[in-house]
Design a protein around this ligand. Structure first.
Ligand SMILES: Cc1ncc(COP(=O)(O)O)c(C=O)c1O
Length: 498
């Protein structure tokens, strides 16, 4: 309400008019809806540092003009107002309605992105990829560590550094060396609000509209959208059973970066073999291009030790490593990190400062204490066992209900698999999705993860992404059983029609 403030020495009539005018405008534009109670005259007078009489006079004027309703002893409430202001009269003319809001070129590109579908609210069994089970969150350990942080006496509650808490960065440095074979200094780590903020910073700091970027096809849409929003051109490279087809990497000097998911290609699940990793690194060196390594699933590899990160083979400092706590803890925490080549550290820190100053300090220190005590790694090991169990349930349910209809790929690592159904086409995915949802099962089509779904839609088999980290083994069995029935029904319909 700072905009009401009476300037020192301003006449009470001036203050009264400003209060009246601001409230009237807010009522007219709907900010204060009919029936809303206004702040009491006493509270508003104290807040603005004016006399109560001044505020009362403004309220009386609004009441006299029919904008508010007052009655003795009750709070003034907003009346039902017929919008009469000249602003609204203009906004309602047909000509004005056709105009889109004034947006920057960036804003226009963002407005034109396809809307991103969220979880199916009506799904009783939701194979939504990206969700994790709430019972998997180490609530007790987190609570204890959080309490310990809160009772620590800090001289003041001050802003932190944009790069994040030093304690967390040091803890992460050790963790990444042990768990992902990654070597870096704590200074190269930038703590961010989930991978997403890291990707957005990369897009804004590394791409111009005339540039191009290499992208896995199909690939992670939330990353592609960040890069496309800069105006740069996507150069999709198909993935096969071994991941990104590195032989097709373009010898094109417009290319400034490549986005890759080498430890578990998103969504198809391939692990990029060492030969292709070396080809990718030498391509980046030749073009002075950056490689963004999104290691979202690196911690979840089953049966074998997780493969070391691509960054660990990078002799030329071309790789920006992106890590997240969304899989091992919770996507709601919004905590992740970048490991940056030294030459990018300064600019990324400054951009992070401009974006949001820094990520939340308490949460960072809680996380640091869990990593320091070994509790985080114990938790990840336990979670890997839990997810191994879910993965086994999905493989068994697939064998039982779906094996005759298709293939389940990408199950060696990560928290999802992709079901490919050769008897159905990509155009059938939405029917599959809605028929499964009618029976309470949420499944998600593969097509939106192609940068140009229409170009290959007719030849491509239907595909569904099945995330399992949020479900129990019995739910997985039940959900896949229902999906099997739906697929049979669609196949029968198709054969009758054919
Ligand atoms: C490929 C990929 N990278 C990263 C993430 C994690 O994103 P964030 O850290 O922003 O939660 C996800 C989440 O589903 C993902 O699918």
């Amino acid at each position: 309400m700072g905009q009401f403030s009476a300037k020192p020495g301003a006449s009470s009539r001036g203050a009264q008019h400003r209060i009246y005018a601001r409230l009237r405008a807010q009522i007219e534009d709907g900010t204060l809806a009919a029936g809303v109670k206004l702040v009491s005259t006493r509270a508003l007078a104290t807040e603005l540092g004016v006399s109560r009489t001044t505020v009362t006079a403004a309220y009386e004027q609004l009441a006299a003009e029919g904008f508010v309703v007052t009655s003795t002893g009750k709070a003034a409430t907003v009346a039902s107002v017929i919008r009469t202001s000249s602003r609204h009269a203009k906004a309602d003319t047909p000509k004005q309605k056709d105009l889109s809001p004034a947006l920057s070129l960036y804003g226009q590109r963002v407005a034109n992105l396809k809307p991103y579908s969220m979880a199916s609210p009506h799904a009783r069994i939701d194979f939504r990829y990206g969700s994790v089970a709430s019972r998997d969150f180490p609530a007790l350990g987190w609570q204890r560590a959080y309490r310990a942080e809160l009772v620590k006496r800090q001289p003041s509650l001050a802003y932190g550094h944009p790069e994040g808490e030093e304690r967390l960065r040091i803890a992460l440095q050790g963790y990444l060396r042990r768990a992902r074979g990654l070597t870096c200094d704590a200074d190269q780590i930038l703590v961010v609000h989930g991978s997403q903020q890291g990707l957005d910073l990369c897009a804004r700091l590394l791409l111009n509209p005339q540039d191009a970027f290499v992208f896995e096809e199909p690939g992670y849409r939330m990353a592609r959208y960040c890069f496309e929003a800069t105006g740069a051109t996507a150069l999709p490279i198909s993935v096969d059973a071994s991941g990104l087809g590195t032989l097709a990497l373009p010898e094109d000097d417009r290319v400034r970066l490549a986005f890759v998911t080498p430890s578990h290609q998103f969504p198809m699940g391939a692990v990029l073999p060492v030969g292709r990793r070396l080809e990718l690194l030498s391509w980046a060196t030749r073009h002075r291009a950056w490689i963004i390594e999104d290691d979202y699933g690196g911690e979840f590899r089953y049966g074998q030790r997780p493969i070391d990160a691509l960054q660990s083979m990078d002799a030329d400092a071309r790789v920006i490593y992106v890590g997240t706590f969304s899989k091992a803890l919770s996507p709601q925490l919004r905590l992740g990190y970048l490991v940056l080549p030294r030459e990018l550290v300064h600019v990324f820190r400054e951009a992070k400062r401009l974006t949001d100053r820094h990520s939340p300090r308490w949460e960072q220190n809680v996380l640091a204490s869990l990593i320091e005590s070994g509790a985080y790694e114990r938790h990840v090991r336990r979670l890997r066992r839990e997810n191994e169990h879910r993965r086994k349930a999905l493989l068994e349910a697939f064998e039982q209900h779906l094996a005759e209809h298709g293939q389940l790929v990408g199950m060696a690592a990560g928290l999802h698999g992709v079901l490919l159904l050769p008897a159905l086409r990509a155009e059938d995915e939405s029917t599959l999705q809605s028929m499964a949802l009618e029976r309470g099962v949420g499944v998600y089509p593969l097509s939106p993860l192609f940068s140009n779904p229409a170009s290959t839609g007719h030849e491509r088999p239907a595909g569904l992404i099945l995330g399992y980290a949020g479900l129990t083994a019995p739910q997985i069995h039940e959900g896949i059983g229902i999906l099997g029935t739906v697929i049979r029904e669609i196949e029968e319909l198709g054969s009758r029609a054919g």
